[in-house]
Design a protein around this ligand. Structure first.
Ligand SMILES: *[C@@H]1O[C@H](CO)[C@@H](O)[C@H](O)[C@H]1NC(C)=O
Ligand SMILES: *[C@@H]1O[C@H](CO)[C@@H](O)[C@H](O)[C@H]1NC(C)=O
Ligand SMILES: [Cu+2]
Length: 249
């Protein structure tokens, strides 16, 4: 409901804290800080250690066709990559996550020689994991997004595995939360980081697993253009996450 009230109150600091995003990553015991949209930009833009693409607000994106859906706005490439072995788990660390309804999808895209040259909105994305409605009904049930939300200021953690069979190379990873608490006004919260995948894998997902972002979502999809409070929707106990199947390798 925050989003409906916000225009009345204007741009309050508390309003900014009603959203969030992936601000850090961990792989094993190693911690990789990402971009802080509310810290001074210049030092972060020049930081050789920065693995996350630039984002400058934690406001959602509302249009499924928005080019910034790929890697947020402005989505400027990062200078560093997070090293990870195929089969290992990467955890995205969020702050101030308070929304409770809607799916969360982790995607990857192969960069070619250098992720700094990849236009994320033209990339071939594949899902490596997704988390949706785990029990109960659409309006009040246990979405992963709900269990993940923390109201006490502690960080929220979302872990997914890089498929063990994935061939080594440079990749983007994209963590996406879709929040559906405003009727027929879906909100997207995407953040991207650069990965350097190592290992012995030789696999790569086939065409049926690939999608463009933007492109994969539209307001013609009932799972996206949804009123979770409409009685015939609210009580449903299944929600099919749109897009291709997850590639587990
Ligand atoms: C796309 O999203 C960005 C970030 O939210 C926003 O600033 C921009 O106005 C949007 N573009 C369009 C065409 O709606
Ligand atoms: C993210 O990392 C920064 C820098 O290490 C740290 O200050 C911040 O508390 C971390 N945020 C979360 C939510 O863990
Ligand atoms: Cu929000």
């Amino acid at each position: 409901m925050w989003h409906l009230l916000a225009p009345i109150f204007g741009c309050l600091a508390q309003y900014a804290s009603a959203h969030g995003g992936a601000v850090n990553y961990t792989v094993g015991d190693t911690w990789y800080p990402g971009y802080d949209p509310y810290a001074p930009q210049e030092a972060q833009d020049l930081a050789d250690w920065m693995p996350q693409r630039k984002w400058t607000t934690n406001e959602p994106i509302f249009q499924p066709s928005n080019l910034s859906l790929a890697c947020n706005f402005p989505g400027t490439p990062a200078r560093a990559s997070i090293p990870i072995t195929a089969g290992a788990t990467i955890t995205a660390v969020y702050y101030s996550w308070v929304h409770t309804v809607g799916p969360m999808v982790a995607w990857m895209a192969h960069c070619g020689a250098d992720c700094r040259a990849l236009d994320a909105s033209a990339a071939a994305w594949f899902k490596i994991g997704e988390k949706g409605l785990q029990a109960g009904d659409i309006e009040t049930g246990d979405w992963f997004q709900k269990t993940f939300s923390r109201w006490d200021g502690a960080p929220s953690l979302w872990s997914e595995r890089v498929p063990a069979a994935l061939r080594p190379g440079k990749y983007l990873i994209r963590h996406e939360i879709i929040s559906l608490h405003s009727a027929n006004k879906p909100q997207w919260y995407p953040e991207c980081a650069h990965l350097e995948v190592k290992g012995q894998g030789e696999g790569f997902p086939g065409e049926e697993y690939l999608a463009k972002i933007p492109g994969v979502y539209s307001m013609d999809q009932p799972e996206i253009n949804i009123d979770i409070y409409a009685p015939e929707v609210a009580s449903r106990t299944e929600y099919k996450i749109p897009g291709p199947p997850v590639w587990t390798g």
